[in-house]
Design a protein around this ligand. Structure first.
Ligand code: ZN
Ligand code: ZN
Length: 463
């Protein structure tokens, strides 16, 4: 993957710190937020101080009213290890930047009547940790399960949610070493800070209210985290706007697949991330055997999963973040033919075989309307052709096809079906030959499924 290794070098030059990820380079919201943050002439507000200790994962920006905290939702520590009640989700980078960043009031205002988190706020975050990772209510969205006691959390107090979004449910104690005693572990979304067990001056904490906070001698309110419930702020002393059972606004996570089911009896035992932070592997034990989920995140927010089940079978899935993935699942290895064939062209004689376009629809459907238009098909052809034709002579030789890594749905297709696409058998695929093949596949897709249309509907938003 030459493209990715070039990005990797760029990242290490620009980023320096670990945790800066290749996909950020292409994230427009990140770039814009970063540009604004760097352009500030005024000093950051005091509320920004804890986040500035974690520049590898938190990005701050501010205006007169709000502190904006951006992150990709991926802390610089191993994730998921120690979970004994696993929903089969894994941490995927998110884009909590720009308009999708956390907004925290810089001038918190006490509410006339606070709201308890015991009976509210089961949706979304209630605080943001100093490293930019959201903290959800310790009680999960069924309104009764204590996530910590239920074994749902890893050794850092977090786990991946339904959108494969990582978040904590208890206080991020591990951040205290870097923060020191004077800085809070997190800010609650009403704007009040959350300190550790003791006061910033080291003295013991006394006189906490039902939300686990109090007002100090200076007249400033703050919360204290705890080792048992409420773990974090037990509600909001300050004003927040509430919508749909959560603090509003909340950044959106970008799911890549349908929510997965619990796997009772599984225990997560290992987490690995590649040095450039785009390949991950989670290992678990189930019934005395090991299974794993390996996945890779590409710059275009495409994710490729390989699931190795404890019985030894494997399954792959591909999707693009932003909506649940359709298709892309492949049969278990060895069950039927070569699983790599799943990436090939349609095979008419196999009734279980989904047409290639349907398997790769999510990767090519750039307006995300669930259909592949002729224009989208041709855009893919153009992209893959420009990527492969290294010497720009208008032809892709077999050597070019095998040497250059182009990340697109069609790239693997060309490699595997070079001879079929090279209709005139001159040893090279011309743009016309690729277009003709693509059009034949597209017409077949339209004819069979009646799903495509030259006139594409406006994109629909998936939560
Ligand atoms: Zn959760
Ligand atoms: Zn205090």
């Amino acid at each position: 993957m030459r493209f990715l290794s070039v990005l990797g070098i760029l990242v290490s030059v620009l980023g320096g710190a670990r945790g800066v990820q290749a996909h950020l380079i292409e994230d427009a919201d990140y770039q814009e937020m970063k540009r604004q943050a760097v352009a500030h002439q005024d000093a950051p507000p005091r509320a920004a101080e804890p986040f500035l200790k974690f520049p590898e994962s938190a990005l701050v920006n501010w205006d007169e009213s709000y502190l904006y905290v951006g992150s990709d939702g991926m802390p610089a520590h191993p994730m998921m290890v120690g979970i004994t009640a696993w929903q089969q989700q894994v941490p995927l980078p998110q884009s909590y930047y720009g308009k999708n960043a956390w907004s925290i009031p810089l001038h918190p205002v006490p509410a006339a009547e606070g709201i308890s988190a015991k009976t509210n706020f089961f949706r979304g975050a209630i605080a943001v940790a100093a490293n930019g990772i959201p903290i959800f209510n310790p009680i999960k969205n069924d309104g009764k399960t204590d996530t910590f006691l239920a074994g749902e959390l890893d050794q850092y107090g977090g786990h991946a949610g339904r959108a494969d979004d990582y978040h904590y449910h208890v206080a991020p104690w591990h951040l205290s070493e870097k923060l020191g005693p004077n800085l809070p572990l997190a800010l609650a979304l009403d704007g009040y800070p959350i300190y550790g067990l003791n006061e910033p001056d080291g003295s013991p904490t006394t006189g906490l209210d039902s939300f686990h906070g109090h007002t100090n001698a200076m007249g400033d309110y703050h919360y204290h985290a705890s080792r048992s419930y409420p773990y974090i702020n037990g509600g909001f002393h300050g004003q927040v706007s509430v919508q749909g059972g959560g603090v509003d606004p909340q950044p959106n996570a970008t799911p890549v697949r349908e929510a997965t089911a619990p796997l009772p009896g599984a225990k997560i035992t290992g987490f690995e991330a590649s040095p450039d932070q785009n390949k991950y592997r989670i290992e678990y034990e189930h019934g005395g055997k090991k299974g794993s989920v390996a996945y890779q995140v590409f710059g275009n927010r495409q994710v490729q999963f390989t699931f190795t089940q404890p019985d030894g079978t494997t399954r792959e899935q591909t999707g693009v973040q932003g909506r649940p993935s359709r298709g892309g699942d492949r049969p278990p290895e060895g069950s039927k033919g070569d699983p790599k064939e799943g990436r090939g062209p349609p095979r008419e004689n196999d009734p279980n075989r989904k047409p290639w376009i349907e398997n790769h629809l999510s990767e090519m459907d750039s307006d995300r309307n669930g259909k592949l238009s002729q224009e989208e098909m041709m855009a893919e052809v153009k992209k893959v052709f420009e990527g492969y034709d290294g010497n720009d002579d208008g032809k892709i030789t077999e050597k070019e096809a095998n040497e250059r890594g182009v990340h697109s749905a069609m790239a693997g297709f060309i490699r595997q079906h070079f001879a079929e696409v090279d209709v005139d058998r001159d040893g090279a695929v011309s743009l016309q030959e690729l277009k003709d093949t693509a059009m034949r596949m597209w017409e077949k897709y339209i004819g069979e499924s009646d799903r495509g249309s030259k006139r594409t509907a406006p994109p629909s938003h998936q939560p």
